[in-house]
Design a protein around this ligand. Structure first.
Ligand code: FDA
Length: 521
């Protein structure tokens, strides 16, 4: 611990001399852009004067709410193709007092990878072109190095084409960027068997606030712990990740069963809450509630014949039959879950989930099953104007065995499921009805979900739960705690201490970045 403190003080001193100094002869933007042009090929730099600046900026925006005339946009987007470009961008930014935001797949629900809530001069480092994936089975251990700009669909496809009995646990939407997903966790259909994406990361290459490129050994275990789910953009720019691959059988089984209120969905849902987290690890049954029905969607790592006896004994109310089952390869299941068909090449389409909508998302965790009587009231919310949907992701299984402090993601033992509240609207609408629906519904749900803190998932970013306050050019720990405890529980303080060690003057910051906590605090 003494060593830890000394390191923090030494780093703070070394940073204070070179941090954000602005040459007096030029504006920060001029100096920054000049510096970039000296170090990075010009065809990779798009300034506001570039004719295709807008096309590049919007290329991976997934929430049109953040592409308006009043959105605070970057002064440039740098579409890096090499780690050295990332290093150059950080050094130019530091030298000229211009901050950077980093974008991999652009799916951030609050758009923080490419826009700012406040008036601010910043550049975007866009990693979409940095997307190599190298699968290896050296010494019999299957693993891959994957660049942050790859999508999880590309990762799934590349792994399975290498060996159809290998896979990786990550989300259900194939266009999500690896960089943003892993830096916040990454939950999907293999969650109960193998945990989050970030649980399976074994090394990484990160450019820190000095512009140095560090691997796990060079960055040390505290920083390596922090970037695996602890809001990676607060600590640097992760260029690539080394991940352990996981085993799947040659055939898996999926089903989608819809049950309306009239068909007894409340009985099934009430029981599902404690059955789903206690099922064998190789079964996940998640739920989508919309309108007056719930859809039970499952992935089982095995054949239908093996799945049926378990489902019949554990959740007979769902009445799963052979006719409900579809057997396929794991890769096909990744396509099926998202597109409803087995067309696996669609997983490579980086715009298959385009920027077509305006969205607001919130999240919760449930540790005590919601009583049957409450579900009736919950369903009444889906009859209101502006109603969206909710997705319930069961935990338990392997997730429940991981200690809360093993990685920054704390929602482990005792969590029954995560709730994601989603509401959409179109461009012709001001979105007020939809936004007030999600906010009021979230308010109503407060009585049934975790509190003190009311837990939330950092990958389902929600600025309503709190934003940083910057004092003397540094985000404050006390204000950060308001939202930070919800995402990270007791891990928030450790994240802030790591931030204080590696970026004490808060170069890498956004509205919900980890604030630095110096040991003298
Ligand atoms: P984006 O590029 O916007 O980055 C998100 C955040 O990570 C930003 O703060 C950014 O600065 C930071 N960041 C990005 N790259 C970084 C890097 N290389 N180094 C450091 N920081 C970096 N989640 C889930 O767990 N399971 C799911 O099934 C889904 N499904 C889903 C569907 C859809 C349609 C959307 C829009 C989102 C999801 N998500 C999800 C949420 C998703 O995991 C979350 O938004 C990720 O952060 C997105 O990562 P991107 O790289 O795409 O986003």
């Amino acid at each position: 611990m003494a060593l830890f403190r000394c390191l923090a003080i030494a780093l703070a001193l070394s940073f204070s001399s070179c941090y954000l100094s602005t040459p007096s002869s030029a504006t920060p933007s001029d100096g920054f852009l000049r510096c970039l042009s000296e170090k990075i090929p010009s065809e990779l730099i798009f300034t506001r004067d570039s004719s295709n600046f807008n096309d590049v900026l919007v290329s991976t925006i997934r929430n049109l709410k953040f592409h308006t005339n009043t959105t605070v946009k970057p002064i440039c987007v740098v579409t890096v193709t090499d780690a050295s470009h990332v290093q150059a961008a950080v050094r130019c930014g530091r030298m000229n007092g211009v901050r950077l935001r980093v974008r991999s797949g652009g799916h951030d629900y609050e758009g923080l990878s490419y826009r700012s809530e406040r008036s601010e001069v910043f550049g975007v480092v866009d990693l979409a072109k940095l997307r190599a994936i190298a699968v290896s089975t050296d010494k019999g251990v299957p693993m891959a190095w994957v660049d942050s700009g790859a999508t999880i669909g590309e990762l799934y496809y590349t792994i399975a084409k290498n060996n159809p009995e290998l896979a990786f646990p990550a989300g259900t939407c194939p266009t999500i960027g690896v960089g943003g997903h892993f830096r916040g966790g990454g939950m999907g259909m293999l969650l109960r068997k193998y945990g989050l994406s970030s649980d399976n990361v074994v090394d990484a290459k990160l450019v820190n606030a000095n512009g140095d490129l560090l691997d796990r050994m060079a960055m040390g275990e505290d920083l390596f712990w922090a970037i695996r789910g602890g809001s990676g953009e607060s600590f640097g720019i992760v260029v690539s990740w080394k991940v352990n691959l996981v085993k799947v059988p040659s055939k898996v089984t999926v089903f989608n069963i819809a049950k309306t209120l009239d068909q007894g969905t409340i009985d099934v849902l009430t029981k599902w809450q404690y059955v789903a987290p206690a099922l064998p690890n190789d079964i996940i049954v998640r739920v989508m509630v919309q309108g007056q029905q719930a859809i039970f969607q499952s992935l089982f790592l095995g054949t239908c014949d093996k799945l049926l006896p378990t489902m019949t004994s554990r959740l007979p109310e769902l009445n799963v039959t052979k006719a409900d089952c579809s057997e396929m390869s794991w890769l096909e299941s990744a396509a099926f879950i998202n597109f409803g068909n087995n067309e696996t090449t669609a997983l490579l389409n980086r715009s298959s989930t385009g920027a077509s909508g305006f969205v607001k998302i919130k999240s919760d965790y449930v540790r005590r099953a919601i009583p049957k009587g409450a579900w009736q009231k919950i369903f009444s919310w889906f009859r209101k104007n502006g109603a969206g949907l909710v997705i319930l992701e069961p935990h338990g299984g392997f997730m429940g065995t991981i200690p809360a402090g093993a990685t920054p993601y704390p929602h482990r033992r005792g969590v029954l499921y995560n709730i994601q509240y989603i509401t959409f609207w179109s461009g012709n609408d001001d979105g007020l009805t939809a936004k007030s629906w999600v906010s009021n519904f979230y308010g109503f749900m407060g009585q049934y979900v975790t509190n003190s803190p009311r837990e939330a998932y950092v990958n389902y970013r929600d600025l309503d739960i709190g934003e940083n306050v910057v004092v003397n050019d540094v985000s404050t720990f006390d204000n950060g705690k308001v939202w930070g405890k919800k995402y990270f529980g007791a891990n928030f303080q450790r994240l802030a201490v790591v931030k204080g060690m590696v970026d004490p003057t808060d170069y890498f910051r956004n509205e919900q970045s980890i604030p630095p906590l110096l040991q003298s605090y």
